[in-house]
Every structure is written in structure tokens, then in C-alpha cells.
Design a protein around this ligand. Structure first.
Ligand code: DGL
Length: 274
């Protein structure tokens, strides 16, 4: 059994391209239909009710475009909205990034002390804490919102003294708790992995939720007989949609994907929900 339809991936904006890139590394035959909700970002400072509304509309857009499954690449949307989603076609699988990240972190820690960095909304939801405790109730978990990191990463300051200083301020409180594992619980943070690793030291294993999620997607697609048999040239390549045509997205996309992409501007009609 095989399924040539694309995998839908959505994020509040450009950050989910880390998940798209991880999916392409893990599943090179699959086509992706990416939606960046650039008109409504950031999600990481918004309430659960708002993020849920946006997520539902994004999911419906991808469903209408004929995807075979949806990956909620945005950690904030995965944390706040995944449980409440109404997947009209019950057959459409929807996966987030929190559970796979938590599974990987629980497996990685040796001393049972795990740190989590993410947006403010993800941290206040305690989604990673809940998922981690479900897997290993005895874990010590320390969380830190890092609201300044997303803008710095989008500015392209990936190896910069200002970013290093900000990251140190955020990480120090976690490091005093002797964590040996750190969950990068935001789409953007994998781009800072080298810098974070330098600050945290070799002893601390970094868990990339984008990478962990792509492993889970591969397993689930195989299990359901939904993997693409081979790249089909007539089906076209990956496709990228945004809800606001920002030059910024195109510019930053290069940092995330390592190549230029063409964008389609879409009106997903949820302006009434703003
Ligand atoms: N994509 C968001 C996340 O992973 C970060 C950017 C935003 O706040 O919208 O949580």
C-alpha cells in the first residue's frame, strides 16, 4: 500500500520549516504542503482559545487541499490546541511535536533532570511537563519561557554575542538544577543548537522536537500504509503557503531550509476569528 498525497505541515510562520526539513531528511520521497500562518503570528504569546481557533482553521485548509495527514509543527499549537481539534474526517491523522519530544527526552536523561525551553504559552500550558510525567512520573522538570529567542533567530543572529548573552540568561536557572537533558520546545530553537550546546556544555543532551516528530510521523505513516511509494514527478514538489505575503518569510526561509522557496498567498478566511 502507498499514498502519493502530500503531508500537511503547519506552523504560525517560518519556524515550522525546521520540522519540514526534518521530515524531508527522514522521508525524502514524501511531498509536503506547508502552511505558515504569517498573518496571525506569533502564537507563542496568545491565549489557548485563540490558538485553538487558528489551529482548527489551518487544519481545515490543509484537509481541503487533500493532504493525507497533518503535522502540527508549531509547539505552541501542539501544546494548546491538539486535544481539542475536530478532525472532521476521522481518517485524517493529526500529529504534534510535544509527545515525540517528551518521549525522546525521557529516554535521553540519565539523572532524571530535564529542562524545557519554549514560548510563554507553551510553558504556561505545562504541555511538556504533563507529557514527560506521563512517561516517567519521577522526573524532575524545570521550564523556562524564552520570548526573546524567536525574534533574534528570525533576525538571523544565530551565532551572535547578543543572542549568546540572552540565551545564557535563560539557561542559567535551568543549569543550576543540574539538568542533563534540554528540550528545544519551539520550532525555531534547533537553529540555535550549536550556541545552546556551547552554553549548556557537552553533558547536556539537546532534544530537537522537530527531529523526534519526524521519526514518529515515519513510523505512523508506515503503520497506516500511507507512505509514498516513490517521488512522483507528475505530482509536483513541495508547496508552501502563507496567510500574509511577507518578504521576511522568504528571506528567513533560506536560513531554515538552506534554499529559496516560492510562496503561495492564501486567504484561509479566518479573519473573523481574529
Ligand atoms: N512556532 C512557535 C512555536 O513553536 C514559535 C513562534 C510563535 O510564537 O508563533 O511555539
Amino acid at each position: 500500500m502507498s499514498d502519493p498525497r502530500p503531508i500537511g505541515v503547519f506552523d504560525s510562520g517560518v519556524g515550522g520549516l525546521t520540522v519540514a526539513a526534518a521530515l524531508k531528511r527522514r522521508l525524502p520521497r514524501e511531498r509536503l504542503l506547508y502552511l505558515g500562518d504569517t498573518a496571525r503570528l506569533p502564537y507563542g504569546t496568545k491565549s489557548a482559545a485563540t490558538v485553538r481557533r487558528y489551529t482548527q482553521v489551518n487544519l481545515e485548509f490543509l484537509e481541503q487541499r487533500g493532504v493525507k495527514a497533518v503535522v502540527v509543527a508549531c509547539n505552541t499549537a501542539s501544546a494548546l490546541a491538539l486535544d481539542g481539534l475536530d478532525c472532521r474526517a476521522a481518517a485524517l491523522p493529526v500529529w504534534g511535536v510535544i509527545a515525540p519530544g517528551a518521549v525522546r527526552a525521557a529516554a535521553a536523561t540519565r539523572n532524571g533532570r530535564v529542562g524545557v525551553i519554549a514560548t510563554e504559552s507553551t510553558i504556561s500550558s505545562d504541555a511538556y511537563g504533563i507529557a514527560l510525567r506521563r512517561i516517567a512520573p519521577g522526573l524532575g522538570i524545570w521550564s523556562q519561557p524564552c520570548p526573546l529567542l524567536v525574534p533574534l533567530i528570525e533576525e538571523g543572529w544565530l551565532d551572535d554575542p547578543v543572542t549568546a548573552e540572552v540565551a545564557r540568561r535563560y539557561l542559567d536557572p535551568l543549569l543550576t538544577h543540574d539538568i542533563d537533558t534540554l528540550v528545544l520546545g519551539c520550532t525555531h530553537y534547533p537553529l540555535l543548537a550549536p550556541l545552546i550546546s556551547r552554553i549548556a556544555g557537552e553533558r547536556v543532551a539537546l532534544v530537537d522536537s522537530a527531529d523526534a516528530a519526524s521519526d514518529q510521523v515515519a513510523t505512523e505513516l508506515a503503520h497506516r500504509g500511507l507512505l509514498a511509494a516513490a517521488a512522483d514527478p507528475s505530482a509536483g514538489g513541495d508547496h508552501y503557503c502563507v496567510t500574509d505575503a511577507s518578504r521576511r518569510f522568504e528571506r528567513i526561509a533560506g536560513d531554515f531550509l538552506g534554499r529559496e522557496i516560492t510562496l503561495e498567498l492564501v486567504d484561509i478566511g479566518n479573519s473573523a476569528a481574529d
